[in-house]
Design a protein around this ligand. Structure first.
Ligand SMILES: [Zn+2]
Length: 159
């Protein structure tokens, strides 16, 4: 985690700090090509209900989470256990884990112990509370209504 965190902090990319919408729809297909047997886990602040992050979990990460009481995931890019906050200090203390109806995704309810859950940093230099700090802005068309067309023409606005 530390490599990704420090690299991003020193050199904010257009992907994470820009206003261009460049969604990676191939993400799950990429994961599917690999060996990782994972399911998505949404992570929500138990007290504020804010959605903090969505990541992937395999059996090992879930076992670690339940055993140690902190949110852990499986990094699909590095193919290794990712204990959130192990290097940054932004640990997510586990309150409970819920499972969805079809038992193919998880919900971690947590209490953040550090600055935030996101690896990016805000204007104050601290980790952002959550990953969902931008919304897709509806672009006004010629008629003054929402413009139709490719979603790539939409812009992102910081919230
Ligand atoms: Zn993030």
């Amino acid at each position: 985690m530390s490599k990704t965190e420090s690299k991003t902090a020193m050199c904010p990319s257009a992907l994470e700090e820009g206003s261009a919408l460049t969604l990676d729809f191939s993400k799950l297909r990429q994961i599917g090509r690999g060996e990782a047997a994972v399911i998505p886990a949404a992570v929500q602040d138990y007290d504020t209900k804010e959605v903090l992050i969505v990541a992937y979990v395999n059996e090992e990460a879930l076992a670690y989470t339940l055993t140690h009481g902190v949110a852990a995931f499986w990094s699909t890019s590095r193919n290794e256990l990712w204990v959130k906050g192990a290097t940054s200090g932004d640990t997510l203390e586990l309150v409970e884990v819920r499972v969805n109806c079809e038992q193919n995704s998880l919900l971690y309810l947590v209490r953040p112990l550090g600055a935030g859950a996101c690896h990016t940093k805000g204007a104050d230099g601290k980790a952002r509370t959550a990953c969902y700090y931008r919304r897709i802005e509806m672009v006004e068309g010629p008629a003054g209504g929402p413009e139709e067309g490719p979603i790539a023409q939409r812009r992102l606005e910081f919230v």
